[in-house]
Each structure stands twice: as C-alpha cells, then as structure tokens.
Design a protein around this ligand. Structure first.
Ligand SMILES: [Zn+2]
Length: 326
C-alpha cells in the first residue's frame, strides 16, 4: 500500500466491515433465540439464516462506496449469512445481491433513500411464507445469475435490528426487537443477549396488544396512574420468560442477573429509577428464582406457564410475580 496522499478519502471499507460485523452479531443472536424457541411461538416464519441490507439505507455520501464495497447489483443484498444456517448450507454468500426470495420480487418493492423501507417490506413478505417449505432464491454473484433452494427451519416471527446510536436503548414493538449499538458494544457476550431476550419476550407474550387492550398510554406517561401495574406486570413477565429463551438457545441465563447487577446501579437506580419498571435488585431476585426453577426442569424445550396465558387479558397483578430482594 502506498502512502496517503493529500486529502485521501476516509476509508469507508473499514467502517462498512465494522457495520457488517455488528449487524451479523445481532443477527446471530436473533437467529439463535428465534429458532431454538420456535416451539414457544404462535407466529412463525421460515428461518433462512440470512442478514440482508439495502443500498437505500446508506447516507447519500456513502452510497457509491457502499455499492462497490458490498457489490450491490440490486437494491437488496446479503450482508451476511449465519454460519451453518439454511442460507449458508444452500450456498449463499455475503455480497450476493438478491433478485427474488420465493415469490417476493425485490425489484417490485419501492424504497426511499435514507430508509430501510424496502428491506422491511421484503422481510415482512418473506415472514408470511410457510415456515418449512423450501424457498427458491435468485441472486447475482459477481455479475452472474445464481439460483439456489433453501430449506428453512421454523423460527419465531420477528425482526432483530441494530440501531446505530450512542445511548443505551432496547425496545420491542410487537414484531421487532431493536437494540442500540452502544448496548451491544458495552455488554458484549451473553449479557446483551439477556437484554435482547427480555425484549423478544415482550413480543412472544403479545404484550403490546395486551397493553393496548387495557387502554394504556405509551411513552412519557407510561409510568403514571393506573397504567403502572400493567407495565410492571409485562416487565416482570418478560424477565421471567427471558430465562427460558436464554436456556433454550444455549446461553447461560445467569447473564440476565449479571446484566442488571452492572446496568442497574449505573443507569436504573436513584434518580434514573423508572416507575414503570420494578427496582433492579428485585429484578435480579426474580430472575435468580426463575433460573433455579428452569435448572430443575427436565422438560426440553423449557416452556414457561406464561406461554399458555398469553392470550388472557393482563390482570395487573405484578406483585404475585415479583420476588423481592431479601
Ligand atoms: Zn421491557
């Protein structure tokens, strides 16, 4: 490599590869949780083990270098494949551009520059396909067409998204789990998985729908008035189910109390204490009690009783679920 001359362009490829690594880390966590826990989910999708991205999502000044770096020949390409997952086994590789996934035609979608609209539309359409039927995928690799047949495995229907943000955030909206890059980078390993499993639990337990059925207010007012008991109930339920999801996916469930022991005193104690969420020490105690229960459970996969109750209205009785720190 020659020396840099004058105003050399910043090295976008290092940034792109860093993005790819983080996205794939998130996708791998999502894949493990969603496939191992499929028996606990009532909404399934064909699990392909495929991390897609779209050229649209890159800022305009990066779009040309993104196009050449990731070899975009269509607006949607494979950012990464889960090692040994169905797509990898069928021979798909990172930087293959996608033409069609089953009946879902990439060119038919529309997307606004600067957004992931087109990608989300593709993901939602693919998620509607039968979860175990083979899917033909047409792609372009180095300019040449390629068609493979992928044998999916059933996975919980969910998107997992990494948000590039310099704050700690994790959320679930019923169909998607999102965590911030700062959370992923700060709590690498199983601890961030515990946070993701908590959010995923909200979706598996239909919490968004059940809270809406109770007429609660989201956002700033979530922690006030008659709403509090319902939010607390869903928070504790999500903690409890997260233990099962982690264990089923081969993660150490102790990562969940470990996460709270670090995160709690720094960011969820004192003046940062949220009224809609239980005190972090009680969350640790509740998680530890549930871990003991799961470890003694001979059943595989582990299934919480909350799964059978997920279509019942929330009763707001969070006190019956919470184990207080003694
Ligand atoms: Zn939560």
């Amino acid at each position: 490599m020659g020396a840099r001359v004058g105003e050399a362009a910043p090295d976008d490829s290092a940034l792109f590869e860093q993005l790819r690594a983080s996205d794939l880390e998130m996708a791998t966590i999502g894949w493990r949780l969603a496939s191992a826990n499929a028996p606990l989910c009532d909404r399934l999708e064909p699990g392909l083990g495929l991390q897609l991205h779209t050229l649209d999502q890159f800022a305009s000044q990066l779009r040309d270098s993104a196009r050449s770096h990731f070899k975009f020949a269509t607006p949607v390409a494979i950012e990464g494949v889960i090692p040994d997952g169905p797509a990898a086994q069928a021979g798909l590789r990172p930087d293959d551009s996608v033409v069609r996934i089953g009946p879902v035609d990439i060119a038919a979608g529309t997307g606004k520059p600067g957004t992931t609209q087109r990608l989300v539309a593709v993901q939602l359409a693919v998620a509607q396909l039968p979860p175990t039927q083979p899917i033909e995928i047409a792609a372009i690799r180095d300019g040449a067409p390629l068609t493979v047949t992928v044998q999916p495995i059933p996975a919980c229907r969910s998107r997992f998204e990494l948000e590039l943000a310099d704050n700690f955030s994790a959320s679930a909206d019923g169909s998607m789990v999102q965590v911030s890059s700062k959370l992923l980078e700060t709590y690498r390993g199983d601890r961030v998985v515990a946070a993701i499993a908590h959010e995923f639990s909200h979706n598996i337990l239909h919490h968004r729908d059940r809270l809406e059925a109770r007429g609660v207010t989201f956002g700033m007012l979530a922690g006030f008035g008659g709403n509090v008991k319902y939010f607390r109930q869903t928070e504790i339920q999500a903690d409890i189910l997260s233990v099962y999801l982690l264990a089923n996916a081969g993660y150490d469930p102790k990562a969940a109390p470990d996460f709270w022991r670090d995160f709690g005193p720094k960011y969820a104690g004192g003046m940062f204490r949220s009224r809609s969420h239980p005190y972090w020490r009680d969350r640790v105690a509740t998680l530890e009690a549930e871990i003991a229960r799961v470890q003694a459970d001979p059943q595989r996969p582990h299934v919480s009783k909350l799964i059978a109750e997920r279509d019942q209205p929330l009763d707001g009785d969070w006190q019956a679920l919470l184990v207080r720190k003694r």
